[in-house]
Ligand binder design. Structure first.
Ligand SMILES: NC(=O)c1ccc[n+]([C@@H]2O[C@H](COP(=O)([O-])OP(=O)(O)OC[C@H]3O[C@@H](n4cnc5c(N)ncnc54)[C@H](O)[C@@H]3O)[C@@H](O)[C@H]2O)c1
Length: 438
């Protein structure tokens, strides 16, 4: 394939070398004349394991040329990878000036081209940039609509500096965000041979997941380091602790707890986080990340309160009350807190949770509800129909299949639903249902 690569930093230079190694004709484009000269001479413009030999080899192969001429690069290639830098601006926003300037130049170059051209954005870009910012620039400058003459897509780059050639050859996956199949097929030809899954998605998802991956990596590092600081103060070996934490592949290093849903609660997480933060404070150890978790959880609860109130519903039925499905435990249940907030706002509430009703019947939770939550206790009924009667809005806080089957049969067409726990999955088709964040 004939490929042009714009931006010959870590991402662009490594991509250029690897694509040329794989037999493609690659044109490197950069505004930095020194980088162009180095590549022309067979020298790597970035210090990376394996790049000295690889660049020498591909320069000698005749598969690489370099230029600062955007027109020529677009004219002489069928696909372009855009790998220019997107650093932080002083206010923390993404400085997109290089991408935007280059997009205008590429648009003008496309105006002179008749063959279809694929533009693959590999620079990390804030979600929405490709479709809402870059596309209008290129359409304006080329005087062509996307899909006629050029195609846009976003393919996040996952290489890590220091191991970038190895990461190029063995990425965790290839993800391509596009709005039509043409660019996806082109990229499948380029990267489909790699030993990983090739995943198609929307441009927005591809842009967002790149941010999400980097945020998750930063979160993991900070978690290990905050744990280590506390371990140090307590005289515990942080390596042994983290090694054991990582050994749990069921709950810790797994997709568990990584699905969007409602706030956490229950008898363990909030109290143990509170105790951890107290312990840190009492040893003069600062743990800003662990210290912020309960506040973030509170804001998630507030988001749910705001969503319910924004519907304007005056009569609300809550289905689910315990802190998670399958237990009657109401201690620190965020659904109890939601109920209390709604009562406080004058909303008329009815509550249905068969686990909690049963526990009252058996007497196990009776005293807890009657002494600590009497205002809520009197709203809990054991009849779903009675709870739903007259409600404008049904708040779903349980994932129990039995309860959801019943609800699906009984909820009236005019009753709106707010799903806090992501239960839709083929349910409630054609009903008026909104999610907490989806
Ligand atoms: N470095 C990494 O490990 C890594 C990994 C994944 C994703 N990314 C993302 O990839 C992008 C590139 O990162 P990098 O570290 O390779 O950047 P870099 O700063 O090393 O290189 C960017 C290059 O773009 C060039 N450039 C700027 N304007 C240009 C223009 N108009 N035309 C042509 N070239 C131009 C610069 O001269 C520079 O050589 C960033 O968005 C970054 O967030 C980087």
């Amino acid at each position: 394939m004939k490929i042009s690569i714009f931006g010959l930093g870590y991402v662009g230079a490594v991509s250029l070398a690897c694509l040329a190694r794989d037999g493609h004709q690659v044109i490197g484009v950069d505004v930095d004349a020194a980088k162009l000269a180095m590549l022309r001479d067979g020298t790597t413009p970035v210090v990376e394991e394996g790049m000295v030999d690889l660049v020498r080899q591909v320069a000698a192969s005749g598969n690489v040329s370099v230029t600062d001429d955007v027109n020529a690069a677009i004219r002489d290639s069928e696909i372009s990878l855009i790998c220019v830098g997107t650093p932080s601006a002083p206010n923390g926003s993404q400085d997109q000036s290089a991408v935007l300037r280059l997009s205008a130049d590429i648009g003008r170059a496309l105006a002179r081209k008749t063959e279809p051209h694929v533009l693959v954005f590999r620079s990390t870009l804030a979600p929405g940039t490709v479709e809402n910012v870059v596309k209008p620039i290129i359409e304006r400058e080329s005087d062509k609509p996307e899909g006629k003459g050029f195609h846009l897509c976003f393919q996040p780059e996952f290489l890590r500096e220091g191991t970038s050639i190895r990461d190029y050859d063995k990425p965790p996956f290839t993800i391509v965000g596009a709005s039509n199949p043409y660019p996806i097929e082109k990229l499948r030809q380029l990267f489909g041979h790699l030993p990983c899954e090739f995943i198609e998605t929307s441009i927005g998802t591809a842009e967002m997941m790149k941010y999400c991956c980097n945020n998750f990596h930063a979160l993991k590092i900070t978690f290990a380091n905050e744990t280590a600081r506390l371990c140090e103060a307590l005289g515990v070996d942080p390596f042994e602790v983290m090694q054991l934490v990582c050994q749990d592949r069921q709950l810790n290093i797994s997709p568990a707890y990584l699905k969007p849903g409602f706030a956490f609660g229950g008898s363990c997480l909030p109290k143990d986080l509170r105790a951890t933060n107290y312990l840190a404070r009492s040893h003069d150890v600062e743990l800003p990340m662990l210290g912020a978790i309960l506040e973030s959880n509170r804001r998630h609860l507030q988001h749910a309160i705001d969503k319910v109130l924004a519907t304007g519903a005056r009569r609300v039925a809550m289905v689910g009350l315990s802190f998670k499905t399958g237990t009657d435990d109401l201690r620190e249940s965020p659904l109890v807190m939601l109920a209390e907030a709604l009562i406080g706002k004058g909303v008329k509430l009815s509550i249905f949770d068969p686990d909690v009703s049963l526990s009252r019947l058996l007497g196990s939770n009776k005293r807890y509800i009657e002494s600590l939550l009497p205002h809520i206790g009197e709203l809990i009924g054991d009849d779903l129909d009675a709870a739903l009667a007259g409600a404008d809005l049904v708040v779903i806080g349980t994932t129990s299949a039995v309860v959801l089957d019943e609800l699906e049969r009984r909820v009236a067409p005019q009753q709106r639903m707010l799903d806090l726990v992501n239960v839709r999955n083929g349910r409630f088709e054609g009903r008026s249902i909104a999610g907490l964040c989806w």
